[in-house]
Design a protein around this ligand. Structure first.
Ligand code: FPP
Length: 246
């Protein structure tokens, strides 16, 4: 039986977050430039988005470009930004056909103007869709996101709109970039690295972590299904005892 057939659709994670890592090493292993890896990484993105939508996963959040990634060689940064624009242009019709709603989190103001504009246009165009919410984390830093939420709440306290004692977990969560989204139940990281790298630190408090040796350009739909199956075999307890959850 294929992995897909073994998945219990009643127990799907609603939200899957992915750290797409290993594009550079994948390319290097083939004696090519890092950018070649990013281009092939886009093929994995397409495959995984389709597969997640097909299953009925509600939210897929991809770590596409971290705030720290701005420090990469200028040529690589430019290439990734151009790849983002060309991918959005190429895939928008497919996103519409597949009922995918595009979303982005991060400090988007740092993106090059053209990239920022095209991204907002694509988000606007797909805003009528009601299927999978595909969120790209761009120029994203989880610590920045948390500081930003604290600043927003502090401003409301200063204006008298809010009392300090009104601030609770829910309100804090609502002020993150991911406000309104459920927290990820499953976090996948490719390329054999066992790190979180400043990704969704608040949101993954109870997520199941899944690490695979596969490099991102090699991670395809079957690998997503395998990760979901692994997730479904685990017992999620949220601090309770095994007897309490069963
Ligand atoms: C990680 O591999 C990958 C990235 C930092 C970029 C991810 C970008 C894409 C897959 C392309 C654009 C995506 C969309 C959605 C249009 P790495 O470069 O860190 O690999 P390494 O660890 O082997 O160096």
């Amino acid at each position: 039986m294929s992995y897909k057939d073994q998945i219990d659709l009643q127990k799907l994670p609603r939200h899957i977050a992915v750290i797409m890592d290993g594009n550079g090493r994948w390319a290097k292993g083939k004696g090519k430039l890092r950018v070649f890896g990013h281009h092939n990484g886009v093929l994995s993105v397409r495959d995984v988005v389709e597969a997640a939508g097909e299953l009925g996963v509600e939210y897929l959040t991809l770590y596409t470009f971290s705030a720290e990634n701005w420090n990469r060689p200028k040529l690589e940064v430019t290439a990734i930004m151009e790849l983002l624009i060309s991918t959005l242009n190429k895939e928008i019709a497919k996103l519409m056909n597949n009922n995918v709603r595009l979303n982005a989190i991060g400090d988007l103001s740092k993106l090059p103007g053209k990239c920022h504009r095209e991204l907002l246009a694509a988000i606007e165009k797909t805003s009528v869709n009601t299927g999978l919410v595909l969120t790209l984390a761009l120029s994203y830093s989880s610590r920045d996101e948390i500081v930003h939420a604290a600043q927003q709440l502090a401003a409301k306290v200063q204006s008298g709109e809010l009392q300090p004692q009104d601030i609770n977990e829910q309100l804090f969560e609502d002020n993150l970039y991911t406000g309104g989204m459920p927290n990820p139940e499953l976090l996948i990281r490719t390329s054999g690295e066992y790190r979180i790298s400043n990704y969704l630190l608040w949101q993954i408090a109870y997520a199941e972590l899944y690490f695979t040796q596969k490099l991102w350009p090699d991670f395809r739909r079957e690998d997503l299904f395998e990760a979901i199956l692994d997730y479904q075999k685990r017992e999620r307890r949220f601090g309770k005892t095994s007897e309490q959850v069963n």
